[in-house]
Design a protein around this ligand. Sequence first.
Ligand code: 1CP
Length: 331
Amino acid sequence: MTDHLLTRALRGEIVERVPVWAMRQAGRWDPEFLRVRGGMDFYTFADDTEKATEASLLPERFGVDGIILFYDITTLLVAMGQPFDLLPKVGPMPRWKITSMEDVQKLNPNPKPEDYDPVIRLLETVKKRLAGRLPVLVFAGASFTVASYALGAGKNLDMVRDFAKKEPQAWTELLNRITHATQLFLKELERRGAAACQLFDSWAGGLDPEEYDKWAHPHHRKVFDSLTMPRILFVKENPYLEKMAESGATVISLGSRHDLAECRGRWPNLVFQGNVPQELMRDGTPEQVYEATKACLAAGGGQNHVLNLSHGMDPKSPVANFEAFIRAAKG
Ligand code: 1CP
């Protein structure tokens, strides 16, 4: 069997059409997802292989070119020994927060596949159910963003900075442990047939340059250097594009602040992903989404481009807009 369109495009091969998928394509914007989820607790739902398989596969009906597995960036912390709850309007919150080196040492930097067995079973089941129709993408959070959740800080950068200042050794050890566990996790999923991976350092774009050089960039390098599958790096609206280009990622996910055509010219050996604004997916009309998607395809020039959004699907996005996005991509 020849490889899937998305996999070939992610590798930078010449393709017959630019493939499309969307960050957070499986989730709360889709009424079918809400029906399947049925008010169940997030982590219980994601650990239920049958339910998580159904959630992962729901976007197939829209015509996407790849399936991303349904779990969360905090799933790996749970496997390392830190349980989480999803709090309404807040996001993932650890049952106990990291406050010291002693706490960091409770996190296992060498999780075994048994420790994230639900993800392994999900990958197997989704692959089996797809019967080769589409490739399966896996992901992890990058150290900085995941560590922020381990502290209970989430998007609150100042809380993270306070901890790094008060407990510099514990902070460094926390980043290192997460990076090591992430290498093992993604390598294992690669070995079991994932087509590509995406590393989400969602909140690292808010760091200043020195912080980014210490807390984000070297950890991206370490994770990517241990993998051979196509490797996508996402940092929300990242001001440090040059760093992304030197991270070992083979695909760079662009935000709305970036110029896709300019990036294609500047880095001809990299593949770029993006960058239809997710705000338009939420607030625009299907016609506006269709036009913006066509404009994005034109900027990408038809090669070394994977169509996606600037960030994930917003829960308030209408289904008709997602349909317009796919129609423009494939029409
Ligand atoms: O209530 C619900 O149904 C839970 C919402 C939800 C979902 C659908 C959470 C909680 N996690 C997920 C699954 C998930 N998370 C996926 C797989 C589904 C898909 O992509 O289609 C992925 C890739 C993630 C990744 C993730 N989780 C990121 C990185 C991506 C990004 O948006 O920047 C981050 C930052 C998280 C943390 C997180 N998990 C959930 C919430 C509500 C949050 C906070 C996000 C925020 O505050 O914006």
